[in-house]
Structure formats: C-alpha cells, structure tokens
Design a protein. Structure first.
Length: 880
RNA sequence: GCGAAUGUGGCGGAACUGGUAGACGCACUGGAUUUAGGUUCCAGCGGCUCACGCCGUGUGGGUUCGAGUCCCACCGUUCGCACCA
C-alpha cells in the first residue's frame, strides 16, 4: 500500500475484486426482502458519458449498497437503449453498419460506467438491439396486435426528408426535427398505430397508485387531457337528416350558441358552403392547409370565413350560421364546435372580429367587466336551466339531450393514439407481412400490388425477425423507408405465393417500454420473462431518471405494462412504484456582458434584440455580441454583478446547460483521472439536492477530495481498542441515524455533510477508538466504496465491506446530555442557556430570568406571558 | 397567456411538525510548518457599528410571543403546455 491516498491504484483494485467475486450478483434467496432499483438506461451515444449520467447512477448505487448492507436482495441492472437515429445517420455518412457503431459506443459507455464503481449486476446487462431482446419486443407487439391494439391508418404525418423518417408530433419543434433541426413537411402515409387511448382512463386513474413527483403526475394528467362534456347534434338544413356533431364541455351554455365553427379539414365544409361563398371557403381551406404550425402559432388574430350554410339549433330550432376557422382543430373532439362567445374567450374574440351576436347564459358576478365569463353563476336566457349553477345546469342539459335524442354525454381526451412506425433502418422490424398480387417476381421488378389491408402476423416461432444486412443505409426518397429498398428481404414466397414484409420499423420507445421486465429474467429463451420473476421483483421500487422523460417514455411504458397486465403476464398494475428525477447538472457559472465591435462593454439597458437571435445597440443599431468575462474581472455590487473595470456595466451571471457548442462540457473521465471516482461520486452528491438543477464547480471538488484524504489519514493514525464513550459515542449514534435517514430519503448532500462533521470530530479525538473509525468507514462505504473497502482492509478486516451489516443506532444515545436553550424577550434573542436535557420548565424559567443578558430586558417591565418549548426555548412577553 | 417549481452570505447549499438563520463545503483573510510553490494544521469569515446594539432569507402587506417556514398581492428565474371546445 502506498503512503498516500491514491485513487488511481485502489479504484481499479476494488473494481477487479467486485467483478471477480460477483459481489453485486442479484441474490436468489427468496426469503430476503426484495428491492428493485432501476436507472433509466442510457442511449450509448458516440460522445461518451456526460457528468449528468453519474448523478442518477451514483444516487441509486448509494441506495443499493445501503440496502444490501441492510439485508435486502437487490436487483440493480444496467443496459443499453441502443436503437436510435445517430448510429443510423453515421451509417448513412460512412457506410459503417449501425450495429458496429453501437457496439463500439456500448463498450465505451460500459468502460466509463465501470470506472465509477457502480454496483450493477452485469450478468443481467441487456441491449435493445440484441436479436434475443428484439425477439420479445416483437412478441409484445404481436400481443398488442392480437388484442386489437395495433392497427394501420393512413395519416398525415410529419415526414422529414433529411432523416428519411416520420416524426411524432412531440419530436417536432417549431416545424423542425428535434434531432438535427431538419425541416419537416406534412404527408399522408400508412402508419402502424397503437391504441393507447383505450387505456387513457386507467393511465389517469392509476397515477394515484404511485409515489411520483406531483409535477410529473400533473404533466401526465395534462397530456391525457381528459374532459367530460356532451356530444350534441345540430341538424343540417339540407333535408338529408344528417347532423353536425359537436363536442362541448359546457352543455349548460347551449342556449348561448350563436354560431358554429368547423375545422378547415372538416368533411362537411363542402356541403355547408353555399355557391356564393364557395370561392371564399375554398381559398380559406387551401390557405389553412399550407400554413405551417409555426405560422398558426405566430398568428394571434382569429381568422375564418362564413360558409353561408346553417344548422338547426337542437332546442330552440333557430338557424345557426356555420363558419370555418382554424382555431378549431380537426384532431380534437369532432372537429366542430358550437361557439358560445358569452362563456368562451376564443369564441368571444371570434365574434368580435366578425361582428357575430353574443348572448350571455351565465350571470357574471357583480362588478365583472371582462368579456367572456368563465366563472360559476346562475344560468340566464336559458329557459328550463335558468337560475341553476353551472354544474347542475350541465347535468340537467345532458339529461334533457339524452332523453330527446339530441345528444349524449361524452368524454374526450387530448391523448391520441400512438404513431408506432418509423421509416428507418435501425429499429425493430415490425413482424407483419402482407399478401402480394403479382404475375412475376417482385424482387426483379415485376408489377405487384401489396395488400396492406390483409396484414398477417409473423409466426411466433419465426421470431426474431432480423434486419437485413445493407451496405447503403440511405433512406432514399421513398417515404416507405430504407427497408423498402431491400427487396430480397422484403419479398418472399410461401406455398407458391408472394408476400411482402412490413418495411416500417418500431420507434426507439419500443425497447425502453419493457426493458425493466427483461432485467428480471434476462436470459430466458422461452419467454420475455417468467411469471415467478415478475411476482418476485415487480414493481420497480425506485426508478431514477431525467425529467425529460416525464411524459412520453413513462406513459408509453405504463401503457404496455397495463396491456401485459390484461394478458395476465404481470400482476402489479403499475411498473414504477417510486420515481425520482435527478436535476440537471449545468456547466460552470459564466459571466457575460454585451460588447460592441470594438470590444467596448455595453450596458444591458442599451441592448435590444435585433429580431434575428442577436442583439443591437438601441442608440445606433450597431451589432453587439455576448462576451464571456473571467471570474476575476467581475464583482458583486449590491444585488447585481458588475465589471470591476467598469462598475456601470452589469454582467449576467448564470450557468448554462452543458453543450459541445458552448464548450462547457465536463468529461467524467477527466475528473476520475484527476481526483478519482470516489471524489466524483461524492461531489455530485454533495453539490445539492438530487432533484435540484445545479451548476458544476471545478473548484468545489477540492472539498470532497480533501475529505477523502483526511478519511485515509485517519485510518493511518494510532488507535485504541477501547470502546467509544461520552460525547463521541453520542456523535457516532447521531451520525448513524442522520446518514441512515438521509439515504432513505435520498438526501445525500446532508448525509455527506454529517460524515464530514463526524470526521472533524474523529480527527481531534485522543485517544482514537478503533471502533469509531470503523463506524466512519462503514457509513462512508455507500458513498465512496473504493476508499471504504481499502480502509476496511487496512483496519484488518477481510473484504468485502458490502457483506458487513449496516450499523444500527441507539435512539437513547442520539440525544445530547446538555441542550442549548434560547431565551427570547418579545421575540428577540437575548440569551442562551446550557441546561441538562429534559430540564423542568420551572428550572429553565428561573435560569432564564437570572441570565445576565436577559435581566436588563425584563427590568421594570410587566411580564405578560411566558412560552416554554421543552429543551429549546423560553420566550418572555413583556409590556411597559 | 396557462400550469408547475423556485428565490437564503462572494459561491454551492443547511435549517424536523412556525422556535438560536447561514450546518457542511468552496472561495477569501491572518497565522504555523516549508528554501519556495503546493500540501497539511490552527483561527477568522452576512451587513452596519469603537461598542451596547441594529438590520438581514426576492419585494410589499398580514397572522403570531415568535415567520426562511403559514396567508394575500407583486417581481425575477427555470421547466412544461400552448387556440384541446
């Protein structure tokens, strides 16, 4: 052993020890309480690990090491979400097969993760691109298909020519692809859809069963967007007997419906447009079709045109004019609304813009001077509803509509079915094929028709359906995707007939929808996972991952889980019992100010956005740029930070997201090299609460590195065999309690702080009881496992420390013998007393009154009230 | 615009159900050790004040003997959603 703490020596040593001894293999013993602790598995990008990854991973690692020491059977696996666009794009550019790139990236990620000493059971490692895994992803797809939850639909989708793929709405940001910012156009295409909407009620209701951050639950609720209302039929006036169906959440306001609005894509547009209005309507519809989402968002003014047509009000029988406007969306409800300007802001705006009548049907509260009134109040102008508050009026109207056959109660959700196919190469092939009508060999270019209306599932025995090997990964111009070009793979003969395979592949979400299930039973060749494994391990007890997955991944995985539950494969209704999002680690704080072309700093107040993402000087329009200043060049002045050289110039002090372009990325490899994995782990945990967003600080790591060195030094000191006693004993028990409670609550920053306090005390102890040092090492173990193992060995114990039970504390020893009692007079602190714990009220009051700091504040005053908080505080209220 | 979170020293952050604000660490200052730098150790470190003391948890009000913590209004920052009928 070397003289000094040398992480570069001890860390590889213990990593090798753990690997050789299978220290973290999941115990089979069913008598142990189970704990399934899961990290969101990463996409192994070419950039390698980021300091953000170890944050969540270290948190779960600490928790797992603690639980093992507490005697739990811990399942803590790691794997790779390895399908994905970057590998495919790299393949397109270089011709390297995505599998090759993916495996190389996985190797890098694995090396980096292992260098952090994380306690994964690597025997359960999985990779979503592994055919043995793909087989079961496809199997689950077929399960969905057979349960009627997967269907094909021609859909206008977001076709991105540059990526050669269709993107989900949520993957399109401002009309560009989320990855790569390529332009996106709308195009109708045959798609596989998953009927997630069939589960919307359960996905909503079962959020009550899980311990998740409230914000995440709210986001899922909003995403599902359930609203109750009614479907109402307004008869067409053309004598066809057909009706315009609308959805409303405010059936109580039916009497206030002064006009109707339908979406430009609504099928009735043609029928309702009168000959004299047809040209205007057609022009509006055509314009709406060409408007990008960006334009639609940017336009605040309501636009629309009257069709000239009318429908019949179901109750009053009045003729109601029908308008076309793009503020009504075809994708929600029925694509048609009854406009009630009196109680709806959007309808009010539209009515004002086009001079349409407005009728209030809810009495606004006195003094209300707004426009549309959305609040509660008695119904007015509404015949049989008059006087009823909103909720009752709604119910009464729905009952009336149902009785008279004019409408029905209806629940609408914002959630839409999930577009599940991608026109990509690097994904799981969808295990479906179709009959082909042809006279020749379609592989040779014979004319053929693929009967997409007759899908046939691939036989389970034939799974996995593998991807063909290609040399050219270019998607080409065919939106049907890369696989459409692989004709030898695509077309095949069976019993003399030709068939064509589905050329769409699954989205990246597919693999991550069920990986937590495969981890329970990763090598099973006969099933996705066994029933026993599911019973033993589900649900996941703690799931840690980024908040960016708050909606999509977590909602999709819950959906699949519920389908599997219905199929009898899992019992637990929810996959993830407790969920925590680690906060992002930002780059180091940067100081910036505007400068002009000559490099002269310019005050913030003189800068204006130039409308092009940049800034200009207000006075002369000269272009300004944002310049970084070193920390030494700035100082804090009052509430603001300014340049030292020019205190009139205010600088912006803030931390930014780490990004390659900003050049503020911290590579964990560098930190490990400089300070060791234990220091990196400890520092990331010490930075602040796990859930908080926090800036990295290169200097700050010194603090934890010093702490580790001092822990090392402590163990090199002479020790006594005598048991700890007195205040030291109490400190030890208090620290055990604090660290235990903090680990349970994932409050690692304060837990580490408690260890630092203990170390400071131990460093001063003379004599130094060996037992106390051992306790420090045992408590340190989950946080800095390499050092703790090394010190445990130095102390003369056989490895591994992981096998040593977690220390227990005696609550009786967690209280101090003496307490400090604060004395307040009229709420202000006037003195402090040191008294024995559990002191009687009378004794404390007597001591307080006698305290010299307090006496002068009581003299000559009348004592009105005395408050006694045991062991804490005496408060006197005086008058005069 | 709507929704959620958040605001505490120069910095990251502590503070259990209202009860000693600033734990722990970084940076900084002084001292010891050292040829020197670094390391290590000791001490100090919210602001004002010679001091008694006063002020201080984004701002302004309120409740309370007592508010970082509870209530009301506002401001800033971050995240999410964005015409969802």
């Amino acid at each position: 052993m070397s003289e000094r703490y040398a992480p570069s020596e001890i860390e590889p040593k213990w990593q090798a020890y753990w690997a050789a001894h299978d220290t973290f293999r999941t115990p089979e013993d069913p008598s142990l309480p189970k704990a399934y602790i899961l990290d969101m598995f990463p996409y192994p990008s070419g950039a390698g690990l980021h300091v953000g990854h170890p944050e969540g991973y270290t948190a779960t690692d600490i928790y797992c090491r603690y639980l093992r020491a507490k005697g739990h059977a811990v399942l803590h696996p790691m794997g790779w979400d390895a399908f994905g666009l970057p590998a495919e794009q790299y393949a397109i550019q270089t011709g390297t097969h995505p599998a090759v790139t993916t495996q190389a990236n996985i190797a890098t990620f694995k090396r980096q993760i292992q260098s952090l000493g994380l306690s994964y059971d690597w025997s359960r490692e999985l990779d979503t691109t592994d055919p043995a895994y793909v087989k079961w992803t496809q199997w689950i797809f077929l399960l969905l298909y057979k349960r009627g939850l997967a269907y094909q639909q021609e859909k206008p989708v977001n076709w991105c020519p540059a990526l050669g793929t269709v993107l989900a709405n949520e993957e399109v940001i401002d009309g560009k692809s989320e990855r790569g910012s390529h332009p996106v156009v709308r195009l109708p295409l045959r798609q596989w859809m998953l009927k997630i909407t069939a589960y919307s009620d359960r996905l909503l209701a079962d959020l009550d069963l899980v311990k998740w951050p409230e914000s995440t639950k709210t986001m899922q609720e909003d995403w599902i967007g359930r609203s109750e209302g009614a479907e109402v039929r307004f008869a067409l006036m053309d004598g066809s007997g057909e009706a315009l169906e609308i959805f409303t959440t405010r059936p109580d306001t039916l009497y206030g419906a002064t006009f109707m609005v339908i979406a430009p894509e609504h099928p009735f547009v043609e029928r309702l447009a009168t000959p004299e209005r047809k040209a205007a309507v057609d022009a509006y519809v055509a314009a709406a079709k060409n408007r990008s989402d960006l334009d639609r968002k940017a336009a605040k003014e309501k636009t629309g045109v009257a069709t000239g047509g009318y429908v019949k009000h179901p109750i009053t029988g009045d003729s109601v004019p029908v308008w076309v406007a793009d503020y009504v969306l075809m994708g929600y409800g029925t694509g048609a609304i009854m406009a009630v300007p009196g109680q709806d802001e959007r309808d009010w705006e539209f009515a004002e813009a086009f001079d349409l009548p407005i009728l209030r049907t809810v009495q606004p509260e006195p003094g209300f001077d707004g426009k549309a009134f959305l609040g509660d109040g008695p119904a007015i102008n509404s015949d049989f509803l008059n006087g009823l508050p909103v909720t009752e009026a709604k119910a009464k109207m729905i009952a009336h509509l149902e009785q008279s056959g004019l409408g029905t109660k209806r629940v609408e959700t914002r959630l839409r079915d999930w577009v599940f196919s991608r026109q990509r190469y690097w994904g799981e092939p969808i295990p479906i094929y179709f009959p082909v009508e042809t006279d020749g060999d379609p592989r040779q270019g014979a004319a053929h028709v693929i009967r997409y209306d007759q899908p046939i599932p691939v036989d389970e025995a034939e799974l996995p359906l593998r991807l063909p090997d290609l040399e050219d990964f270019n998607p080409g111009e065919d939106p049907a995707g890369t696989l459409a070009r692989a004709v030898d793979w695509r077309f095949f003969q069976k019993d003399g007939k030709w068939f064509a395979r589905e050329t769409n592949t699954m989205p990246q979400w597919a693999g991550s929808c069920w990986y937590y299930l495969r981890f329970m039973d990763p090598k099973n060749p006969d099933a996705a996972f066994s029933a026993e494994a599911a019973k033993r391990w589900l649900p996941v007890d703690l799931y840690v991952g980024g908040a960016e997955h708050a909606v999509l991944h977590l909602l999709y995985a819950r959906f699949w889980h519920k389908v599997l539950q219905d199929a009898g494969l899992v019992e637990a209704p929810e996959p993830f019992g407790r969920l925590v999002h680690q906060g992002m680690i930002l780059g180091e704080v940067e100081y910036t100010a505007f400068v002009d072309a000559s490099g002269q700093p310019v005050a913030k107040e003189d800068a204006r956005p130039d409308g092009d993402g940049g800034f200009k000087r207000a006075s002369d329009g000269a272009a300004l740029k944002v310049q970084r200043f070193p920390e030494e060049a700035v100082e804090k002045k009052g509430a603001v930070t300014v340049l030292k050289a020019q205190p009139a110039i205010q600088v912006d002090a803030r931390a930014h997201k780490m990004s390659k372009s900003r050049g503020n990325v911290i590579n964990p490899d560098d930190v490990v090299k400089a300070h060791g994995a234990d220091a990196l782990r400890l520092f990331e945990m010490f930075l602040g609460p796990l859930e908080a967003v926090k800036p990295w600080s290169t200097g700050g790591i010194q603090g934890v590195a010093r702490f580790l060195e001092r822990s090392w030094a402590l163990v090199q000191k002479p020790m006594t065999g005598e048991a700890p006693s007195g205040e030291l004993l109490r400190s030890l028990h208090k620290t055990i309690r604090k660290v235990t409670e903090d680990i349970e609550a994932l409050r690692f920053n304060t837990g580490i702080s408690a260890l630092m306090i203990l170390l400071n005390e131990l460093a001063k102890a003379d004599p130094l009881p060996k037992e106390a040092v051992e306790l420090h090492v045992r408590l340190l173990h989950p946080f800095a496992p390499h050092l703790a193992e090394e010190l445990w060995e130095t102390l003369g114990h056989p490895p591994s420390l992981q096998a040593v039970p977690w220390p227990a504390y005696d609550p009786a020893l967690c209280v101090d013998a003496a307490v400090t009692v604060a004395v307040q007079v009229n709420g202000k602190l006037r003195g402090k007393l040191t008294l024995p714990a559990g002191v009687a009220e009378a004794d404390a009051l007597q001591a307080a009154k006698a305290d010299e700091g307090v006496v002068k504040w009581l003299e000559g005053k009348e004592l009105v009230k005395t408050i006694w908080v045991p062991d804490k505080l005496v408060s006197f209220v005086v008058k005069g």
